[in-house]
Design a protein around this ligand. Structure first.
Ligand SMILES: [Zn+2]
Ligand SMILES: [Zn+2]
Length: 559
């Protein structure tokens, strides 16, 4: 075997030891160069290639890139790795039990396109995974036929596991036997594609973020948020020099344009140097292709009796729990706004009206959440110095002063552990079975959990650690999945210590339409919110508003 164009003698020696005869033989290369090395040998009609790269990321990210079973993710991966050489592809068959998958992809070579059908086999080892690729032969004039290859992914030992990221060594080994010129070209393309792995991983981390809508985010910084140099308006067209993640103005040298392949189309985004660093702080180890899409409300499963569980809960507990009975009466009042029903009629409790109110739902398109569009309407608060990149700054809604005045009118001390509010949290959890449901008042610098089905949550917290504060920004329900992978939230102590993976909140309004509280539910696993659950949270949020805004609350007896 002859190595070509390699300057690092030590590496040549080690690559020399790589045997191609058995592709799943683990590789002995440990060189700590974070760059691609190519070794090749040419024997008659045969080509053998090896390349490797070291990357720092989570195991999930690597598996999403190399071993996805999702068709559109597979296409996105090949676009990232091979660029314009890749035309299209699909997963033909996957057998998870036997750890294999048959895939088909089409590549472009000058004027012709070539199909490639191959089988991937996955073998998990104690320190990684080995993916072998074997060509399934077809028509020799249109097909890539002679390629056999393997990716050997190994976790490298590291002194510290920085934010759950690991150092990986990815080794590519491949050979072409009796193959055509096109086969050899394809093999070189594959060996070189390892170069694109770090970029592909970063691009995916950008896709996971909630990007800024630049026309809605108003910023007026006249220094670059990345390097703190002054920015002159003639330097670049205004819209081009803004970061698509934090939304601030940036200088030319701190702006990094990225082309992402997301949801079957390309999109271009400019990211500032500062955000590129912050992206690496987040934890992506729980984000796979299925969780990224859980940002909007889902339809209920067919046959699910939507809203029935809350109704049943109320009916079952009404007779022996006066607090539930009081709530039922209030719900009937909500559902019967224009009704002239007398107090006696409400006292008899019309079960049909109650059921009708609780089981009626808006159409899916009316279930608004601020995150559904994937775009955020406010800039990410930036810490004053670059040294504090890890610190979170709470954004403030435009009407914060008036909103705080509306909150000040309420007697918060009286609302803490209010029986009815506690009962409402209990009802929500009967349906959602989450870790906890909370009613949170957002006061000047603090937020106060006034009620929860888990009383240990009832206390004051720092407002800078609150996802609820972000709900105020749009005034719409907010759905957050995997906050640990979100640049805005990853560092909140509550996210880290409680391992929160799911957050959904609905605003609670004052009579003059200010948000006085957040009615939210959290969990340690990623959940979905369906139309009926969304509708239930909205209706109960009106009930919460009715109780919080009541100037003369009826104090229930302790029994
Ligand atoms: Zn700059
Ligand atoms: Zn930025």
């Amino acid at each position: 075997m002859n190595e070509l164009d390699l300057s690092d003698n030590n590496l040549i020696a080690q690559l020399n030891q790589v045997t191609f005869s058995d592709l799943i033989d683990t590789c002995s290369i440990q060189a700590d160069l974070n760059k691609l090395v190519l070794a090749q040998s040419r024997q008659q009609s045969q080509l053998e290639l090896a390349s490797y790269i070291n990357v720092n990321c989570s195991y999930t990210e690597l598996l999403t890139l190399f071993q996805t079973h999702d068709g559109s993710q597979y296409i996105a991966n090949l676009k990232e790795l091979y660029g314009s050489a890749f035309v299209r592809g699909n997963i033909i068959h996957t057998d998870l039990q036997r750890q294999l998958s048959i895939r088909q992809s089409t590549f472009r070579s000058i004027l012709k396109t070539y199909q490639w059908i191959y089988m991937e086999n996955y073998r998990y080892t104690t320190d990684g995974i080995i993916i072998t690729i074997n060509t399934i032969n077809g028509d020799p004039t249109q097909m890539l036929n002679g390629i056999t290859a393997a990716y050997i992914i190994k976790i490298l030992p590291t002194e510290e596991n920085l934010r759950r990221n690991l150092n990986f060594n990815i080794m590519f080994k491949g050979k072409v036997i009796n193959g055509s010129r096109i086969d050899k070209k394809q093999l070189k393309l594959m060996a070189n594609s390892l170069n694109n792995v770090p970029l592909a991983i970063t691009n995916r981390q950008i896709i996971v973020q909630h990007k800024a809508c630049l026309t809605k985010c108003s910023v007026n910084n006249n220094y670059c948020v990345s390097c703190i140099k002054p920015i002159f308006c003639y330097q670049l067209p205004y819209f081009k020099s803004r970061c698509g993640l934090c939304a601030y103005n940036i200088c030319k040298s701190c702006s990094h344009p990225r082309t992402l392949y997301n949801k079957d189309k390309y999109e271009t985004i400019i990211v500032c140097s500062r955000c590129l660093v912050r992206l690496k702080y987040c934890n992506y180890s729980n984000v796979d292709e299925s969780t990224v899409t859980h940002r909007s409300i889902m339809l209920d499963d067919e046959g699910h009796d939507a809203g029935q569980s809350v109704y049943t809960y109320l009916i079952d507990h009404m007779e022996d729990n006066p607090c539930v009975k009081a709530l039922v009466k209030k719900i009937l009042k909500l559902g019967n706004e224009d009704s002239t029903s007398t107090r006696e009629q409400i006292d008899t409790i019309d079960r049909n009206t109650l059921k009708e109110y609780l089981t009626s739902h808006p159409p899916l398109e009316d279930c608004n959440v601020s995150t559904a569009s994937g775009l955020r309407s406010y800039p990410i608060g930036l810490p004053p110095t670059l040294r504090e990149l890890d610190r979170m700054i709470t954004p403030k809604p435009h009407n914060e002063e008036d909103r705080l005045n509306a909150v000040k009118k309420l007697n918060i001390a009286n609302l803490i552990r209010n029986k009815e509010l506690m009962q409402i949290c209990e009802i929500v959890n009967a349906e959602l079975q989450n870790l906890s449901t909370l009613i949170v008042m957002i006061i000047n610098t603090q937020m106060c959990v006034v009620a929860s089905n888990d009383p240990s949550f009832i206390q004051f917290y720092d407002k800078d650690e609150s996802i609820c504060q972000h709900m105020l920004m749009d005034g719409k329900p907010l759905l957050v999945t995997n906050p640990e992978a979100d640049m805005k939230f990853y560092n909140f102590p509550s996210i880290r210590t409680l391992d929160i993976k799911f957050y959904f909140s609905v605003p609670v309004f004052s009579p003059d339409n200010y948000i006085i509280a957040s009615f939210c539910t959290i969990d340690t696993s990623v959940k979905r919110i369906t139309v009926s659950q969304y509708s239930m949270m909205r209706k109960l949020s009106e009930l919460v508003a009715m109780i919080i805004n009541d100037p003369n609350p009826v104090v229930l007896s302790q029994n």
